[in-house]
Design a protein around this ligand. Structure first.
Ligand code: NAD
Ligand code: 6OH
Length: 486
């Protein structure tokens, strides 16, 4: 049985105590490898290596040379493209096309984007008047923040991990990554790319394990970690924030969402359907930006619901490399239990099940995978858990609305504030609505159209801080002011 090891100080190693845990492949339930489970010893070793590199060879690398290394890492990912694609596909079970066209290229793009950005960023400078008339010059410099703890989730593992590692390294920090226990492979493979690119030992480290009482918690508690960047559930963010409070360490949080799509009757219905098929069902609904609440202006409601249900019939579950496959499994049987609990609750509480609602039949070789049906409901009350809680599955509830004011109230009636989509041909209305919906990211007539220079993050319980462009550079560096009396 192959084993996924930690990557510490440029070397792959097992846990000293020999502990491992099994990884089951989501599409057929097969035990495909074991993963070393890190404890305090591995976290200490990784944080120690990161600290030594920070003050050692890495400190001497100029911004230009760091940017060149970022490009070399991106090129290394592209050179090993197929390896990253198959590693991510085995971990997540998602169709290979999503790996090829979205998730793996975006990993490389993250490094290229921050190679550009870190070279272009300026700092403030003020000429300050003084009573003696000679003045003073105030200017700011950027320094790395230090050792960054990176804790990442399983839903788009390579994209989300590199979205943090790339700016952290570009700013001169060193990192210890704790990938999700469900998706350890691409973070591990990236170690080889780092070594080939010539990144000094200790700059990029990976320790595997779980959250509480395991590598995740030990990393966040470690007092030699200067800041923590985390993507995952809001509940986990609360625990990490408590750990970060000791030592007053900074956090950047990308958390859960319960995102809305608001569809006006004047919208281009084909574009809406294409958009919603992606925003509800891409990655089997396991996207933080995904739509689980759909509000449709009443004159379009019936037509929209039946047209969406018709399109859902075109989603084909199957082997991730199957030519016809367009729909993958959920990440694990445990996550399926959670999603199915919402399916049962919706049914028990009288939802109209427009499509799906259960577990599909698959051929014998795939039947032990964590498959689930894409599901559309209508008719639930606004305070129902299906409408209030993040399900993180391939499902949405569709509800009619009559006025802008009403739908703004409905869309904002949530603890979350990550993203929303607004579909209309009336641009004034689109701008008006976008400003009124309390989220970090709004897409008008599109979804998940990303420019890596823009601020990305959530309001309310969807996160703290923004990443992307200058906002990442702000988090991953310390701005220091220097005042020189002239
Ligand atoms: P999760 O919170 O269960 O786990 C994320 C990571 O945190 C894993 O590596 C896990 O091992 C670790 N962890 C868990 N408990 C910990 C603890 N006490 N201390 C330290 N580490 C701990 O999230 P998940 O289920 O892997 O991912 C799905 C969630 O992520 C969803 O809620 C989704 O909305 C969210 N997400 C948000 C964004 C965003 O940009 N806002 C992006 C992707 C996913
Ligand atoms: C969540 O599942 C996807 C998040 C996407 C990003 O963080 C991004 O930068 O595109």
């Amino acid at each position: 049985m192959p084993e996924i090891r930690h990557f510490i100080d440029g070397t792959y190693r097992a846990s000293t105590n020999g502990r491992t845990f099994p990884k089951y492949r989501p599409y057929d339930g097969r035990h495909i490898f074991d993963v070393c489970e890190g404890g305090r010893e591995e976290i200490d070793a990784a944080v120690g290596a990161a600290r030594a590199a920070l003050h050692g060879p890495w400190a001497k690398v100029s911004v230009d040379d760091r940017a060149d290394l970022m490009r070399a890492i991106a090129a290394g990912i592209t050179k090993r493209f197929d390896d990253f694609v198959s590693a991510e596909m085995n971990d997540t079970g998602q169709p290979i096309s999503a790996m090829r066209h979205a998730f793996v290229p975006r990993g490389a793009a993250n490094f290229n984007a921050f190679a550009d950005l870190v070279k272009a960023v300026s700092t403030e400078c003020f000429h300050t008047e003084t009573p003696d008339g000679r003045g003073a010059l105030n200017y700011a410099i950027r320094k790395p923040k230090g050792v960054i703890g990176v804790i990442s989730p399983w839903n788009a593992p390579f994209l989300l991990m590199t979205w943090k590692v790339a700016p952290a390294l570009a700013c001169g920090n060193t990192v210890v990554v704790k990938p999700s226990e469900e998706t350890p492979s691409t973070a591990t493979l990236l170690g080889e790319v780092m070594n080939e690119a010539g990144v000094p030992n200790g700059v990029y480290n990976v320790v595997h394990g779980f959250g509480p009482d395991s590598a995740g918690a030990y990393l966040t508690e470690h007092q030699d970690v200067d800041a923590i960047t985390f993507t995952g559930e809001t509940r986990t963010g609360t625990a990490i924030m408590q750990a970060a409070a000791r030592g007053v360490r900074d956090v950047s949080f990308e958390l859960g969402g319960k995102n809305s799509a608001i569809i006006f009757a004047d919208a281009d219905l084909d574009a809406v359907l294409e958009g919603l098929m992606r925003s509800v069902f891409l990655n089997t609904g396991q996207v933080c930006l995904g739509t689980e609440r759909v509000f449709v202006e009443r004159p379009l409601f019936d037509r929209f619901v039946s047209a969406l249900a018709e399109r859902v019939k075109g989603l084909k579950p199957g082997h991730p490399e199957g030519a016809a496959t367009s729909f993958g499994p959920l990440i694990s049987s445990e996550h399926r239990k959670k999603v199915l609990s919402y399916y049962r609750r919706a049914e028990a509480d009288g939802a109209v099940i427009v499509s799906g609602g259960g577990v599909p039949e698959l051929p014998a070789e795939l039947s032990s995978g964590s498959w689930i049906e894409p599901t559309i409901w209508t008719g639930l009350p606004d305070d129902h858990p299906v409408i209030q809680e993040e399900i993180f599955g391939p499902c949405c509830h569709v509800r009619p609305f009559d006025t802008e004011k009403e739908v703004i109230g409905l869309a904002n009636d949530t603890l979350y504030g990550l993203s929303s989509t607004i579909w209309t041909q009336n641009l004034s209305r689109a701008h008006r609505m976008a400003a009124a919906i309390d989220v970090g990211v709004t897409w008008v007539n599109s979804w998940f159209l990303r420019d890596l220079r823009t601020p990305f993050g959530g309001t309310k319980q969807s996160g703290i801080g923004r990443e992307g462009g200058i906002h990442s550079l702000e988090f991953y560096s310390e701005l220091r002011n220097i005042c020189v009396k002239l």
